[in-house]
Design a protein around this ligand. Structure first.
Ligand SMILES: CC(C)(COP(=O)(O)OP(=O)(O)OC[C@H]1O[C@@H](n2cnc3c(N)ncnc32)[C@H](O)[C@@H]1OP(=O)(O)O)[C@@H](O)C(=O)NCCC(=O)NCCS
Length: 160
């Protein structure tokens, strides 16, 4: 990471308001729930941000030593949440985001590296991460870090 002022620590439930602010700021164009909402219109249930935050909160609860925030004096600048699939001996990087004004300084790469180190410390043998075909940052960063493309998926949705 280029900026020594940025540090990484485990995420806790107390970080959720800051994580929600980061999510609201940068995830709308690339969050699956947001794209479903754009496709079908708003449902009468919670919006994309609440749905995504419910998943994020669960992930931090389920893996408290394996989800991380990047922070500096100004507060949380990014986060990553992870899920472990023990049967496949695989770690899954579920959600990764860096505040717009802090992107391009190596924070995203550092959060992924911290996750990979965590997976290794748990004895896992594989790591997985998804990105949209339209996500230029993800499509650059993940292959550059050693991830190989396994497949592409189309998400179909319909109203009931
Ligand atoms: C993806 C994301 C977390 C990367 O965070 P970051 O802190 O900017 O990442 P880094 O600074 O470590 O840089 C990552 C690499 O991506 C490149 N990159 C960043 N934005 C890019 C873009 N729009 N197009 C192409 N490459 C891009 C950087 O140049 C850098 O490459 P390099 O190290 O070879 O120079 C951040 O862009 C983000 O929060 N995006 C919105 C949410 C999102 O897309 N999350 C991931 C979902 S899969």
């Amino acid at each position: 990471m280029n900026d020594p002022a940025v540090q990484i620590r485990c995420a806790t439930s107390q970080d959720l308001p800051a994580i929600e602010r980061v999510t609201a700021e940068v995830f709308q164009p690339v969050a699956l729930e947001s794209l479903v909402e754009q496709t079908l219109g708003k449902s009468d249930g919670p919006g994309w941000l609440s749905l995504k935050m419910a998943v994020t909160a669960n992930e931090i609860t389920n893996l408290p030593d394996g989800c991380f925030v990047a922070f500096q004096d100004s507060g949380v600048t990014g986060f990553v949440t992870n899920v472990i699939f023990p049967m496949a001996r695989r770690g899954y990087i579920s959600s990764l985001a860096v505040r717009a004004g802090f992107q391009g300084r190596g924070v995203g790469r550092a959060l992924v590296n911290r996750s990979l180190d965590y997976f290794r410390s748990r004895g896992l043998k594989q790591a997985k991460i998804d990105t949209l075909v339209t996500n230029q940052a993800g499509r650059h960063l993940y292959p550059a870090m050693g991830f190989q493309e396994a497949t592409q998926v189309i998400h179909y949705v319909m109203p009931l």
